[in-house]
Design a protein around this ligand. Structure first.
Ligand code: SF4
Ligand code: SF4
Length: 335
């Protein structure tokens, strides 16, 4: 079971209500970035290159709650930067959980063991730990020895204390089906995390390492080979079956980036979490004033190699809801 049944049902009901209301564009997940500061400097990261003045800014709890309530998304992914550096992060999580949002707090886990006491286990809350590979591969990706061991220790402790723990793994050209399988087998079978997210790295213009971003065909080959021998069905992946089909190249989709919008110290980012063509102060303005036809593969060169979930998972989820067969398939996977 990758996605909890409670979340599947609630998101399904939310999609149904939007469909009845004939809404074309709505948010499924908010990517909330309450700060851009981080305690690591990963070579593939495109989020931490802001001037110090920006890195010192924080989204307040009130702003975060207001943004999530305005857009209505049932799921919130708190990223950054490193959210555990935010002084009010626990209060932000508590307020969102109290509103029955499914909250995923993304962290590199360097501070997680020290901060666990600040949080309370809940079916609405999960830590999402960044793990790109086994020890050598991960420490290389984050450019600091010892981070893998600390992340693994933090995952074990969080699980022992009753927290839901999920992971997020990003893959680059220096990955192979073997490295993908080894890390996902380890997370699924040894650490027994609740679910795992996977993503090809997005080619951030600001990232120091520009050499290891995957192209579309490379991404499809990598996931097709990695998922073989029944692994895809065995791993607890936190994605819809159609999004995994998309990663394998079995289906292709248009980007629907309004489905996973990004809110940060700048406001709502246009068009998505990965690219910044300006900001709006409300989600409504973002949806109504963005020329969405300009974005997606084949339209904007910056989108050429993008297969990220923030553009394509919402398309896959809406396609799932539009088909009885796919809805049954998704329910079977989450059962
Ligand atoms: S841990 Fe995340 S936010 Fe921090 S540098 Fe690495 S990729 Fe960027
Ligand atoms: S394809 Fe969509 S999600 Fe990807 S970078 Fe372009 S606008 Fe963003």
């Amino acid at each position: 079971m990758g996605i909890p049944a409670r979340q599947t049902m609630k998101v399904g009901w939310y999609l149904f209500r939007n469909r009845v209301a004939k809404r074309q564009r709505f948010a499924l997940v908010v990517e909330l970035e309450p700060l851009f500061a981080c305690n690591l400097a990963c070579p593939g990261c495109g989020k931490i290159q802001y001037p110090t003045k920006i890195l010192r800014q924080r989204v307040s709890v009130e702003q975060a709650v207001g943004a999530v309530e305005e857009c209505g998304a049932p799921v919130v992914s708190i990223a950054g930067g490193e959210p555990l550096l935010h002084p009010d992060i626990a209060a932000m999580v508590d307020e969102l959980v109290a509103r029955k949002r499914f909250v995923y707090l993304c962290t590199n886990a360097v501070l997680l063991r020290r901060k666990l006491d600040m949080f309370t286990p809940s079916p609405y809350f999960a830590f999402t730990v960044h793990i790109d590979g086994l020890r050598e591969r991960h420490d290389d990706a984050v450019d600091r020895p010892g981070v893998f061991e600390e992340a693994v220790a933090a995952i074990r402790e969080a699980k022992a204390r009753g927290f839901r723990v999920t992971t997020n793994s990003t893959f680059f050209t220096n990955d192979s089906p073997e490295t993908v399988r080894s890390v996902l087998d380890f997370l699924n079978d040894d650490l027994e995390v609740d679910s795992m997210m996977i993503s090809p790295a997005y080619a951030y213009e600001k990232a120091p390492d520009q050499e290891h971003f995957l192209g579309v065909e490379q991404t499809r080959r990598l996931f097709r080979a990695s998922f073989g021998e029944g692994r895809r069905g065995r791993w607890r992946l936190n994605h819809s079956p159609l999004f995994l089909d998309f990663l394998e190249g079995k289906v292709d989709y248009q980007c629907t980036a309004w489905g996973i919008p990004s809110y940060s110290v700048f406001g709502w980012q246009r068009p998505c979490y990965l690219m910044a063509d300006g900001y709006t102060s409300t989600y409504r303005e973002l949806v109504e004033e963005t020329d969405w036809d300009r974005y997606g593969r084949g339209k904007d060169p910056r989108c050429a190699n993008c297969m990220a979930h923030c553009g394509y998972e919402p398309t896959a989820v809406v396609a799932t809801m539009s088909s009885l067969r796919e809805s049954i398939r998704a329910l079977r996977v989450s059962a």
